[in-house]
Structure formats: C-alpha cells, structure tokens
Design a protein around this ligand. Sequence first.
Ligand SMILES: C[S@@+](CC[C@H](N)C(=O)[O-])C[C@H]1O[C@@H](n2cnc3c(N)ncnc32)[C@H](O)[C@@H]1O
Length: 318
Amino acid sequence: MEIRRKKVMIEQHLYNGDSAEVLKELKDNSVDMLATDPPYGIEFMGKSWDKVLPPTDIWKECYRVLKPGSFIAVMSSPRSDVLYRMIKDLEDAGFDMSFSPILWTYHTGFPKASDTSKMIDKRFGAEREVVGEINDGRTKDNRGFKKEYVGDDGSGTQQFTKITEPSTDLAKKYEGSKLGFQPKPAVEHIIIGMKPHGSKSYIDNVLNFEALPDNIKMTYPFIQVPKPAKKEKMLGTDKTIHPTIKPVKLMSYIITLFTREGDWVIDPFLGSGTTGIASKLLNRNFIGVEREKEYFDICEERLSVDRDELIKFFKDKK
Ligand SMILES: C[S@@+](CC[C@H](N)C(=O)[O-])C[C@H]1O[C@@H](n2cnc3c(N)ncnc32)[C@H](O)[C@@H]1O
C-alpha cells in the first residue's frame, strides 16, 4: 500500500535576540515540540555564550508556549554536574522529567586530560626545551579551528605539535603522567521531558516512533550519527564558525520522534540553524531564536536553502 502525504506549506520564523525577551511575544499553548542544544555552562572553547546554563525563566517561557502533552528534547553534556543542573532547571520550570534520555554517540571528542609535567613547569615559569615536532595529521584554518584533513580546501596551514623535555626536577618526575579524569567524551545526552498533557494524549505523541529509519530503530535509545562534515556545515553559507554545530540527521531523528508534518517546532538556542534545517526537511513549521548576530547571519543563510535542495543533499549523503 502506498501512503500519500498531503503537501504541507510550512512557515519559518527566525529571531535575532535574547530568548528571555523574544519568547514573551509568542502565544500560550501554540507549539508542538521543543528541540534544542542550549549552552552547557562549561565555557566551551572559551565562548562567553557558554558561560552559564540557560536561566530557568527561559525554560518557563518555553513551557508556556508549548501545548500540553508536548515533548522537549534538550541536549546536554554527559558531565554529571551539567546534566543534573539542566534536568533540575527543566523540572523547576514545570516539565515532567520522568523519561529516559536518548544518547547521541559520535565516537570522537576532545581528549581532556592535562599533561602533569607540562603543568608543573608552567607553574614554576620554567621554559621547556623543544626537541622536535610531530604532525598530528590536521590543519588549522585561518580562524584557528582545527580541520580534520590536511589541506582539504588549500586554505589551512599544517598543524604541528611541539615535543618538549621537562625542565624542573619535579616535572621530570611526573613526565608521562596525566592529571584528572576527563576521558574523551563519545556521547551527549538528549534529555527528554514533557509538558504535562491535557487534550493531546501521550499515545498521540509517541505514535511517530514508527517513522524512524530501521537502522536507528535497531540502536535506539542510542542514536549513532557522526559530527557534521564541512560540506554539510557550509550548506548555503561560506562560514563554519559555530563551534558546536550539530548534525542535521540527529536533529531530524529527534523531531521525527515527537512531531508530525505541519507541527510547530521551537529552538530558543538556534546557533547556526541546524534544528531549523531539520524542520524544513521534515515539513515542520519552525520558530528559532539566536542572540549572537554573527551566528544569526549564518542561520539566515543556511535556512535560505531550498527544501528540494536539502532533500537532494541528504539523499546523496546516504
Ligand atoms: C550550543 S549552541 C547551538 C548550536 C546549534 N545546535 C547548531 O547546530 O548550530 C547554543 C546557542 O545558543 C545561543 N544563546 C545562548 N543564550 C541565548 C539566549 N539567551 N537567547 C538566544 N540565544 C542564546 C548561543 O549564542 C549559541 O549560539
């Protein structure tokens, strides 16, 4: 049997502003789902917008605009302190948090442990002798971001890491030891919650589980999607400056789980617009808010890509 879906004309509303203010303009009980990747409050890569977790007032506004029975999917670092605070803030805003998370696995990450010997020499202001260099197979682009492949667009300069000898006696003693327990992260949590339901039933909401592709159903609640490649990040734009850009496929799976065609999705921390692209692909109406102008400009560019072009791009990527 062939199921024919009716063609839905969708709307996308993008706001360059602070969600604490912008959300106040939106109607009560008007949105079907919140899908977002908020600041984690860990000052990732020194970014000022990541200094603190979102204020509970923003989550309260999200609660107000969502329809009863709507789901929220909020990304979080797997760090216990971040996860705990994020869930607590969402609960304080009124959401029912009695759901299991989804786990996004991406198999790569930043190694975090510090080199004890180097830290000791630094503390004592002792200069270390450079005895060589290794090429870690990566390049830095002109803005200083590491790129995965050497010279893939010709604009990068090759990245070398200096090999140094310990200087102080204490540093010699601790050569080779790593400080702290910070293994390479390979997952991020997607916290699931719900605005307690009234008219729309829980069953109504979960029916769309069927729409996930078979390979994703097999691993659920683990969703395996690699971090986005440069080509995907640069769809519709020549800028790749957002440091925490998420894969469109990941956001598509999350939106598929909790909405239907023609529903309204909101992302109050839009970054470079990924949730909006996924919504467009899936024929969902979308509201997105981004405070930083430089990121908002990227959103506008990425979200101006025609839906047919998006469908072709993501089909070709399979
Ligand atoms: C983790 S990033 C989102 C990245 C996004 N998932 C993507 O794929 O590009 C969070 C974003 O929230 C924005 N932000 C932080 N606080 C905000 C606020 N109060 N209102 C609107 N945007 C905010 C930051 O500027 C940042 O771009």
